[in-house]
Design a protein around this ligand. Structure first.
Ligand code: CTP
Ligand code: MG
Length: 453
Protein backbone atom coordinates (compact mmCIF):
# COMPACT_ATOMS: atom_id res chain seq x y z
CA UNK A 1 0.00 0.00 0.00
CA UNK A 2 1.37 3.38 -1.00
CA UNK A 3 1.77 6.49 1.12
CA UNK A 4 0.63 9.42 -0.96
CA UNK A 5 1.02 13.09 -0.02
CA UNK A 6 -1.35 15.66 -1.47
CA UNK A 7 0.11 19.16 -1.29
CA UNK A 8 -2.51 21.89 -1.49
CA UNK A 9 -1.09 24.89 -3.30
CA UNK A 10 -4.04 26.31 -5.16
CA UNK A 11 -4.91 29.21 -2.87
CA UNK A 12 -4.54 32.87 -3.76
CA UNK A 13 -3.04 33.99 -0.46
CA UNK A 14 -5.28 37.03 -0.24
CA UNK A 15 -4.63 37.63 3.45
CA UNK A 16 -0.88 38.07 2.97
CA UNK A 17 -1.72 40.86 0.52
CA UNK A 18 1.28 40.24 -1.75
CA UNK A 19 1.32 40.34 -5.53
CA UNK A 20 1.63 36.56 -5.73
CA UNK A 21 0.30 33.61 -3.76
CA UNK A 22 2.29 33.04 -0.58
CA UNK A 23 3.43 29.54 -1.62
CA UNK A 24 5.58 31.23 -4.28
CA UNK A 25 7.38 33.77 -2.13
CA UNK A 26 10.99 32.95 -1.38
CA UNK A 27 12.45 32.17 1.99
CA UNK A 28 16.19 31.56 2.03
CA UNK A 29 16.46 31.42 -1.74
CA UNK A 30 13.69 28.88 -2.29
CA UNK A 31 9.95 29.25 -2.66
CA UNK A 32 7.77 28.17 0.25
CA UNK A 33 6.37 25.43 -1.98
CA UNK A 34 9.87 24.11 -2.75
CA UNK A 35 10.69 23.90 0.95
CA UNK A 36 7.51 21.89 1.50
CA UNK A 37 8.00 19.63 -1.50
CA UNK A 38 11.65 18.98 -0.64
CA UNK A 39 10.68 17.68 2.80
CA UNK A 40 8.13 15.25 1.38
CA UNK A 41 10.47 14.28 -1.47
CA UNK A 42 13.23 13.42 0.98
CA UNK A 43 11.03 11.58 3.48
CA UNK A 44 11.69 7.86 3.18
CA UNK A 45 8.11 6.88 3.96
CA UNK A 46 6.41 9.03 1.33
CA UNK A 47 6.07 7.16 -1.98
CA UNK A 48 4.25 9.64 -4.14
CA UNK A 49 3.36 13.34 -4.18
CA UNK A 50 0.38 14.98 -5.84
CA UNK A 51 0.45 18.76 -6.10
CA UNK A 52 -2.79 20.71 -6.46
CA UNK A 53 -2.10 24.12 -7.98
CA UNK A 54 -3.90 27.05 -9.45
CA UNK A 55 -4.04 26.41 -13.20
CA UNK A 56 -1.90 29.49 -13.97
CA UNK A 57 1.02 28.13 -11.98
CA UNK A 58 1.17 24.55 -13.25
CA UNK A 59 3.98 25.18 -15.74
CA UNK A 60 5.91 27.09 -13.09
CA UNK A 61 5.68 24.06 -10.81
CA UNK A 62 6.74 21.78 -13.68
CA UNK A 63 9.91 23.87 -14.00
CA UNK A 64 10.37 23.56 -10.25
CA UNK A 65 10.21 19.76 -10.53
CA UNK A 66 12.94 19.75 -13.15
CA UNK A 67 15.13 22.24 -11.35
CA UNK A 68 14.97 20.34 -8.05
CA UNK A 69 15.03 16.92 -9.65
CA UNK A 70 11.92 15.83 -7.71
CA UNK A 71 11.20 12.20 -8.47
CA UNK A 72 8.07 11.50 -6.45
CA UNK A 73 5.70 14.04 -7.95
CA UNK A 74 3.24 12.07 -10.05
CA UNK A 75 0.66 14.75 -10.84
CA UNK A 76 0.22 18.51 -10.84
CA UNK A 77 -3.52 19.08 -10.91
CA UNK A 78 -5.57 22.24 -11.40
CA UNK A 79 -7.24 23.07 -8.09
CA UNK A 80 -10.69 24.31 -7.17
CA UNK A 81 -12.08 27.53 -5.81
CA UNK A 82 -12.03 26.39 -2.18
CA UNK A 83 -9.55 24.36 -0.13
CA UNK A 84 -12.12 21.61 0.13
CA UNK A 85 -12.52 21.42 -3.65
CA UNK A 86 -8.75 21.35 -4.13
CA UNK A 87 -8.42 18.63 -1.58
CA UNK A 88 -11.15 16.55 -3.27
CA UNK A 89 -9.46 16.98 -6.67
CA UNK A 90 -6.29 15.53 -5.19
CA UNK A 91 -8.04 12.63 -3.46
CA UNK A 92 -10.21 11.82 -6.45
CA UNK A 93 -7.18 11.52 -8.71
CA UNK A 94 -5.89 8.52 -6.75
CA UNK A 95 -6.82 5.38 -8.63
CA UNK A 96 -5.28 2.77 -6.33
CA UNK A 97 -7.94 0.91 -4.30
CA UNK A 98 -6.06 1.48 -1.06
CA UNK A 99 -3.60 4.08 0.14
CA UNK A 100 -2.54 6.10 3.12
CA UNK A 101 -3.12 9.74 2.24
CA UNK A 102 -1.45 12.77 3.79
CA UNK A 103 -3.07 16.11 3.01
CA UNK A 104 -0.79 19.06 3.67
CA UNK A 105 -0.93 22.84 3.20
CA UNK A 106 1.85 24.00 0.89
CA UNK A 107 2.14 27.04 3.15
CA UNK A 108 3.49 25.06 6.10
CA UNK A 109 7.04 24.70 4.81
CA UNK A 110 8.64 23.59 8.07
CA UNK A 111 6.77 20.37 8.60
CA UNK A 112 9.16 17.84 10.13
CA UNK A 113 9.87 14.27 9.15
CA UNK A 114 8.81 13.24 12.64
CA UNK A 115 5.33 14.64 12.12
CA UNK A 116 4.99 12.96 8.72
CA UNK A 117 6.27 9.63 10.05
CA UNK A 118 4.07 9.72 13.16
CA UNK A 119 0.97 10.43 11.06
CA UNK A 120 1.67 7.46 8.82
CA UNK A 121 2.43 5.21 11.74
CA UNK A 122 -0.76 6.08 13.59
CA UNK A 123 -2.73 5.24 10.46
CA UNK A 124 -1.99 1.59 11.22
CA UNK A 125 -4.27 1.97 14.24
CA UNK A 126 -6.70 4.71 13.23
CA UNK A 127 -8.29 5.66 9.93
CA UNK A 128 -7.85 9.38 10.44
CA UNK A 129 -5.07 11.36 12.12
CA UNK A 130 -4.81 15.06 12.83
CA UNK A 131 -1.82 17.12 13.99
CA UNK A 132 -2.24 19.73 16.72
CA UNK A 133 -0.36 21.80 19.27
CA UNK A 134 -1.29 23.24 22.65
CA UNK A 135 -2.72 26.71 22.80
CA UNK A 136 -0.69 29.18 24.86
CA UNK A 137 -3.50 31.72 24.59
CA UNK A 138 -6.74 31.32 26.47
CA UNK A 139 -9.55 30.63 24.05
CA UNK A 140 -12.93 32.25 24.60
CA UNK A 141 -16.24 32.27 22.84
CA UNK A 142 -18.22 35.48 22.35
CA UNK A 143 -21.69 36.46 21.18
CA UNK A 144 -22.70 38.93 18.45
CA UNK A 145 -22.20 41.86 20.83
CA UNK A 146 -18.60 40.94 21.69
CA UNK A 147 -19.63 39.68 25.11
CA UNK A 148 -17.84 36.61 26.45
CA UNK A 149 -20.04 33.57 26.45
CA UNK A 150 -17.52 31.09 27.78
CA UNK A 151 -13.87 30.53 28.56
CA UNK A 152 -12.72 27.18 27.28
CA UNK A 153 -10.76 24.80 29.45
CA UNK A 154 -7.32 24.78 27.90
CA UNK A 155 -6.50 21.17 28.73
CA UNK A 156 -8.74 20.00 25.95
CA UNK A 157 -8.11 22.78 23.47
CA UNK A 158 -5.60 22.33 20.69
CA UNK A 159 -4.65 24.27 17.60
CA UNK A 160 -4.90 22.18 14.47
CA UNK A 161 -2.12 22.01 11.90
CA UNK A 162 -1.49 19.85 8.86
CA UNK A 163 -0.76 17.29 7.52
CA UNK A 164 -3.92 15.37 8.19
CA UNK A 165 -3.68 11.71 7.35
CA UNK A 166 -6.36 9.27 6.24
CA UNK A 167 -7.18 5.89 5.02
CA UNK A 168 -8.08 6.62 1.38
CA UNK A 169 -11.57 5.11 1.55
CA UNK A 170 -12.52 7.20 4.58
CA UNK A 171 -11.47 10.54 3.18
CA UNK A 172 -13.02 9.75 -0.20
CA UNK A 173 -16.32 8.93 1.53
CA UNK A 174 -16.15 12.16 3.56
CA UNK A 175 -15.76 14.27 0.43
CA UNK A 176 -18.46 12.40 -1.46
CA UNK A 177 -20.88 13.10 1.37
CA UNK A 178 -19.78 16.75 1.47
CA UNK A 179 -20.31 17.11 -2.27
CA UNK A 180 -23.97 16.21 -1.80
CA UNK A 181 -24.35 18.40 1.27
CA UNK A 182 -25.34 22.08 0.87
CA UNK A 183 -24.52 22.89 4.42
CA UNK A 184 -20.80 22.26 4.85
CA UNK A 185 -19.08 24.80 7.02
CA UNK A 186 -15.85 23.08 8.01
CA UNK A 187 -12.37 24.26 7.01
CA UNK A 188 -10.38 21.08 6.67
CA UNK A 189 -10.50 17.39 5.88
CA UNK A 190 -10.69 16.16 9.47
CA UNK A 191 -13.66 18.49 9.83
CA UNK A 192 -15.50 16.49 7.18
CA UNK A 193 -14.67 13.14 8.74
CA UNK A 194 -15.92 14.46 12.07
CA UNK A 195 -19.07 16.00 10.60
CA UNK A 196 -20.14 12.70 9.06
CA UNK A 197 -18.90 10.75 12.03
CA UNK A 198 -16.95 8.31 9.91
CA UNK A 199 -14.34 7.21 12.45
CA UNK A 200 -12.25 8.31 15.42
CA UNK A 201 -9.64 10.91 14.56
CA UNK A 202 -6.45 10.44 16.54
CA UNK A 203 -4.47 13.58 17.31
CA UNK A 204 -0.68 13.54 17.27
CA UNK A 205 1.60 16.28 18.52
CA UNK A 206 2.61 18.95 16.03
CA UNK A 207 5.24 21.57 16.70
CA UNK A 208 5.72 25.31 16.71
CA UNK A 209 8.00 25.19 13.68
CA UNK A 210 5.15 23.79 11.61
CA UNK A 211 3.84 27.31 11.28
CA UNK A 212 1.30 28.32 8.65
CA UNK A 213 1.92 31.38 6.55
CA UNK A 214 -1.33 33.33 6.51
CA UNK A 215 -0.77 37.02 7.28
CA UNK A 216 2.11 39.38 6.38
CA UNK A 217 3.69 38.89 9.81
CA UNK A 218 3.97 35.15 9.15
CA UNK A 219 6.55 35.81 6.44
CA UNK A 220 8.83 37.52 8.96
CA UNK A 221 8.18 34.66 11.40
CA UNK A 222 8.92 32.08 8.71
CA UNK A 223 12.25 33.74 7.94
CA UNK A 224 13.22 33.59 11.58
CA UNK A 225 11.99 30.02 12.03
CA UNK A 226 14.05 28.92 9.09
CA UNK A 227 17.09 30.55 10.62
CA UNK A 228 16.46 28.91 13.99
CA UNK A 229 15.97 25.52 12.44
CA UNK A 230 19.32 25.84 10.63
CA UNK A 231 21.09 25.74 13.94
CA UNK A 232 20.04 22.15 14.28
CA UNK A 233 20.21 20.94 10.72
CA UNK A 234 23.28 22.45 9.13
CA UNK A 235 25.78 19.74 10.02
CA UNK A 236 27.43 18.19 6.94
CA UNK A 237 29.84 15.37 6.19
CA UNK A 238 33.08 17.31 6.10
CA UNK A 239 34.89 14.54 4.26
CA UNK A 240 33.34 16.25 1.25
CA UNK A 241 35.90 19.03 1.74
CA UNK A 242 38.62 16.78 0.33
CA UNK A 243 40.14 18.43 -2.76
CA UNK A 244 37.79 21.40 -2.58
CA UNK A 245 39.60 24.62 -3.40
CA UNK A 246 38.97 27.15 -0.64
CA UNK A 247 40.08 30.77 -0.46
CA UNK A 248 40.01 32.53 2.92
CA UNK A 249 40.50 36.28 3.27
CA UNK A 250 41.48 37.53 6.71
CA UNK A 251 43.29 34.26 7.27
CA UNK A 252 46.14 35.32 9.52
CA UNK A 253 44.36 35.07 12.84
CA UNK A 254 41.16 34.35 14.70
CA UNK A 255 38.29 32.71 12.82
CA UNK A 256 40.01 32.95 9.42
CA UNK A 257 43.03 31.08 10.72
CA UNK A 258 40.83 28.42 12.33
CA UNK A 259 39.02 27.90 9.01
CA UNK A 260 42.32 27.41 7.19
CA UNK A 261 43.50 24.88 9.76
CA UNK A 262 40.25 22.91 9.79
CA UNK A 263 40.07 22.85 5.98
CA UNK A 264 43.58 21.44 5.83
CA UNK A 265 42.61 18.73 8.24
CA UNK A 266 39.92 17.60 5.83
CA UNK A 267 42.41 17.71 2.94
CA UNK A 268 40.92 20.70 1.20
CA UNK A 269 43.23 22.81 -0.92
CA UNK A 270 43.06 25.96 1.10
CA UNK A 271 44.68 29.32 0.39
CA UNK A 272 44.72 32.00 3.06
CA UNK A 273 45.25 35.70 2.37
CA UNK A 274 45.53 38.63 4.73
CA UNK A 275 46.65 42.20 4.95
CA UNK A 276 49.85 41.14 6.64
CA UNK A 277 50.73 38.94 3.68
CA UNK A 278 49.96 41.67 1.16
CA UNK A 279 46.27 41.17 0.30
CA UNK A 280 44.08 43.95 1.60
CA UNK A 281 40.36 43.36 0.99
CA UNK A 282 39.99 47.10 0.34
CA UNK A 283 42.26 46.77 -2.65
CA UNK A 284 40.43 45.43 -5.68
CA UNK A 285 43.59 44.63 -7.60
CA UNK A 286 45.11 42.66 -4.76
CA UNK A 287 42.02 40.48 -4.42
CA UNK A 288 41.91 39.99 -8.17
CA UNK A 289 45.48 38.73 -8.29
CA UNK A 290 44.93 36.53 -5.21
CA UNK A 291 42.01 34.77 -6.88
CA UNK A 292 43.80 34.54 -10.22
CA UNK A 293 46.78 33.00 -8.50
CA UNK A 294 44.68 30.26 -6.92
CA UNK A 295 42.66 29.58 -10.05
CA UNK A 296 45.84 29.27 -12.08
CA UNK A 297 47.27 26.70 -9.70
CA UNK A 298 44.11 24.70 -9.09
CA UNK A 299 41.95 25.34 -12.14
CA UNK A 300 38.93 26.23 -10.02
CA UNK A 301 37.71 27.81 -6.77
CA UNK A 302 34.85 26.17 -4.86
CA UNK A 303 34.51 28.21 -1.70
CA UNK A 304 35.40 31.82 -0.91
CA UNK A 305 35.23 33.03 2.68
CA UNK A 306 35.91 36.52 3.98
CA UNK A 307 36.47 36.93 7.71
CA UNK A 308 38.38 40.23 7.44
CA UNK A 309 36.78 42.90 9.58
CA UNK A 310 37.65 45.53 12.17
CA UNK A 311 35.84 46.96 15.14
CA UNK A 312 36.51 50.48 16.35
CA UNK A 313 34.77 51.99 19.30
CA UNK A 314 33.86 55.66 19.48
CA UNK A 315 31.17 58.26 18.97
CA UNK A 316 30.77 59.14 15.32
CA UNK A 317 31.20 62.87 15.81
CA UNK A 318 34.47 62.54 17.67
CA UNK A 319 36.16 59.90 15.56
CA UNK A 320 38.70 60.72 12.85
CA UNK A 321 37.06 60.73 9.44
CA UNK A 322 39.98 58.74 8.01
CA UNK A 323 39.44 56.04 10.60
CA UNK A 324 35.70 55.87 9.87
CA UNK A 325 36.30 55.42 6.15
CA UNK A 326 38.87 52.76 6.82
CA UNK A 327 36.42 50.77 8.94
CA UNK A 328 33.72 51.04 6.28
CA UNK A 329 36.15 50.00 3.58
CA UNK A 330 37.48 46.96 5.36
CA UNK A 331 34.12 45.75 6.65
CA UNK A 332 31.83 46.59 3.75
CA UNK A 333 33.67 47.58 0.58
CA UNK A 334 36.00 44.61 1.08
CA UNK A 335 33.04 42.22 0.77
CA UNK A 336 31.69 44.05 -2.28
CA UNK A 337 35.12 43.72 -3.92
CA UNK A 338 35.36 40.04 -3.10
CA UNK A 339 31.83 39.29 -4.25
CA UNK A 340 32.30 41.04 -7.56
CA UNK A 341 35.54 39.20 -8.26
CA UNK A 342 34.30 35.87 -6.89
CA UNK A 343 31.37 35.62 -9.26
CA UNK A 344 33.09 34.14 -12.32
CA UNK A 345 34.89 31.48 -10.32
CA UNK A 346 31.87 30.50 -8.25
CA UNK A 347 29.61 30.44 -11.29
CA UNK A 348 31.97 27.94 -12.91
CA UNK A 349 32.14 25.76 -9.78
CA UNK A 350 28.53 26.33 -8.56
CA UNK A 351 30.32 27.36 -5.43
CA UNK A 352 29.75 29.05 -2.14
CA UNK A 353 30.52 32.54 -0.81
CA UNK A 354 30.54 33.28 2.91
CA UNK A 355 30.71 36.56 4.81
CA UNK A 356 30.61 37.33 8.53
CA UNK A 357 28.24 39.54 10.45
CA UNK A 358 27.75 40.20 14.15
CA UNK A 359 24.79 40.07 16.50
CA UNK A 360 24.80 43.89 16.42
CA UNK A 361 23.41 43.80 12.86
CA UNK A 362 19.83 43.71 14.11
CA UNK A 363 20.19 46.85 16.15
CA UNK A 364 22.68 49.68 15.94
CA UNK A 365 24.73 50.17 19.09
CA UNK A 366 26.01 53.39 20.60
CA UNK A 367 29.79 53.65 20.27
CA UNK A 368 29.77 51.04 17.48
CA UNK A 369 27.74 52.90 14.85
CA UNK A 370 29.99 52.06 11.92
CA UNK A 371 30.73 48.50 12.96
CA UNK A 372 27.10 47.57 13.56
CA UNK A 373 25.83 49.35 10.45
CA UNK A 374 28.42 47.75 8.16
CA UNK A 375 27.46 44.37 9.64
CA UNK A 376 23.79 45.09 8.87
CA UNK A 377 24.77 46.09 5.35
CA UNK A 378 26.58 42.80 4.87
CA UNK A 379 23.48 40.82 5.81
CA UNK A 380 21.51 42.75 3.25
CA UNK A 381 24.27 42.31 0.65
CA UNK A 382 24.37 38.54 1.19
CA UNK A 383 20.60 38.19 0.86
CA UNK A 384 20.56 40.24 -2.33
CA UNK A 385 23.45 38.32 -3.90
CA UNK A 386 21.85 35.01 -2.95
CA UNK A 387 18.83 36.03 -5.01
CA UNK A 388 20.82 37.43 -7.91
CA UNK A 389 23.00 34.35 -8.15
CA UNK A 390 20.44 31.67 -7.46
CA UNK A 391 20.17 31.09 -11.22
CA UNK A 392 23.87 30.24 -11.24
CA UNK A 393 23.54 27.88 -8.27
CA UNK A 394 25.98 30.02 -6.28
CA UNK A 395 25.18 29.99 -2.58
CA UNK A 396 25.75 33.10 -0.50
CA UNK A 397 25.41 32.97 3.28
CA UNK A 398 26.51 35.00 6.25
CA UNK A 399 27.70 33.67 9.58
CA UNK A 400 26.59 35.39 12.75
CA UNK A 401 28.73 34.10 15.60
CA UNK A 402 28.10 35.27 19.14
CA UNK A 403 31.10 36.60 21.07
CA UNK A 404 34.13 34.66 19.85
CA UNK A 405 37.54 34.35 21.46
CA UNK A 406 39.55 36.12 18.77
CA UNK A 407 42.45 38.60 18.98
CA UNK A 408 40.01 41.31 17.80
CA UNK A 409 37.69 40.55 20.69
CA UNK A 410 40.53 40.50 23.19
CA UNK A 411 41.82 43.84 21.92
CA UNK A 412 38.44 45.53 22.26
CA UNK A 413 36.91 43.87 25.29
CA UNK A 414 39.81 42.56 27.33
CA UNK A 415 39.93 39.18 29.00
CA UNK A 416 36.45 37.69 29.38
CA UNK A 417 35.51 34.38 31.04
CA UNK A 418 36.35 31.54 28.66
CA UNK A 419 32.93 29.91 28.96
CA UNK A 420 31.24 33.11 27.81
CA UNK A 421 32.98 32.98 24.44
CA UNK A 422 32.76 30.77 21.36
CA UNK A 423 36.01 29.22 20.23
CA UNK A 424 37.20 30.09 16.70
CA UNK A 425 37.31 26.34 15.99
CA UNK A 426 33.59 25.97 16.66
CA UNK A 427 32.86 28.91 14.37
CA UNK A 428 35.15 27.46 11.69
CA UNK A 429 33.34 24.13 11.91
CA UNK A 430 29.91 25.66 11.28
CA UNK A 431 31.32 27.91 8.56
CA UNK A 432 32.52 24.89 6.62
CA UNK A 433 29.20 23.11 7.21
CA UNK A 434 27.48 26.15 5.73
CA UNK A 435 29.81 26.16 2.74
CA UNK A 436 28.90 22.54 2.02
CA UNK A 437 25.16 22.95 2.58
CA UNK A 438 22.63 23.92 -0.05
CA UNK A 439 21.40 26.86 2.02
CA UNK A 440 21.53 30.26 0.42
CA UNK A 441 20.58 33.74 1.56
CA UNK A 442 20.84 32.57 5.17
CA UNK A 443 22.07 34.19 8.33
CA UNK A 444 23.64 31.30 10.23
CA UNK A 445 23.52 32.04 13.95
CA UNK A 446 26.14 30.33 16.10
CA UNK A 447 25.24 30.48 19.76
CA UNK A 448 27.47 29.78 22.71
CA UNK A 449 24.75 27.84 24.52
CA UNK A 450 24.29 25.41 21.64
CA UNK A 451 27.85 25.08 20.43
CA UNK A 452 30.32 24.90 23.27
CA UNK A 453 28.48 22.09 24.97
N1 CTP B 1 -5.76 26.07 -0.95
C1 CTP B 1 -5.98 25.38 -2.11
N2 CTP B 1 -7.06 25.71 -2.90
C2 CTP B 1 -7.88 26.72 -2.55
C3 CTP B 1 -7.66 27.42 -1.36
C4 CTP B 1 -6.59 27.07 -0.57
O1 CTP B 1 -5.23 24.48 -2.46
N3 CTP B 1 -8.89 27.02 -3.36
C5 CTP B 1 -4.58 25.76 -0.15
C6 CTP B 1 -3.64 26.94 -0.03
O2 CTP B 1 -2.79 27.05 -1.16
C7 CTP B 1 -2.92 26.68 1.25
C8 CTP B 1 -3.91 25.87 2.07
O3 CTP B 1 -4.94 25.48 1.17
O4 CTP B 1 -1.75 25.90 1.04
C9 CTP B 1 -4.46 26.65 3.26
O5 CTP B 1 -5.28 27.72 2.81
P1 CTP B 1 -5.12 29.25 3.16
O6 CTP B 1 -4.12 29.46 4.22
O7 CTP B 1 -6.49 29.80 3.35
O8 CTP B 1 -4.48 29.81 1.81
P2 CTP B 1 -5.09 30.81 0.77
O9 CTP B 1 -6.47 30.42 0.47
O10 CTP B 1 -4.13 30.84 -0.36
O11 CTP B 1 -5.02 32.19 1.53
P3 CTP B 1 -6.17 33.26 1.74
O12 CTP B 1 -7.30 32.53 2.41
O13 CTP B 1 -5.58 34.32 2.58
O14 CTP B 1 -6.53 33.77 0.37
MG1 MG C 1 -8.01 30.49 2.05
Amino acid sequence: MKNIAIILASGKGERTGLNKPKQFIKIAGKTVLEHTLTTFEKNDNVDEIIVVSHINYISYIQDMVIKNNYKKISKILAGGSTRQESSYIGINSITAPQAKVLIHDAVRPFVSNDIIDNCLQKLDEYKAVDVAIDSADTLITIDNNNIIKSILKRDFIKRGQTPQAFDLAVIKKAHELANKDHNVDVTDDCGLVLKYNLCDIYVIKGDDFNHKITYPIDIAIADKLFQLRNIYTISQDKKRLKNKVIVVFGASKGIGQAIVELSKRYQAKVYGFSRSSGTDVCNYKEIKSALEHVAKLEGKIDIIINTAGVLRMGQLNTRELEDIYKEININYVGCVNIARLAYDYLQASKGSLIFFTSSSYTRGRALYSIYSSTKAALVNLSQALAEEWEKDSIRVNIINPERTATPMRLKNFGVEPKESLLSPQVVADTTLDTALSDYTGQIIDIKISQRNS
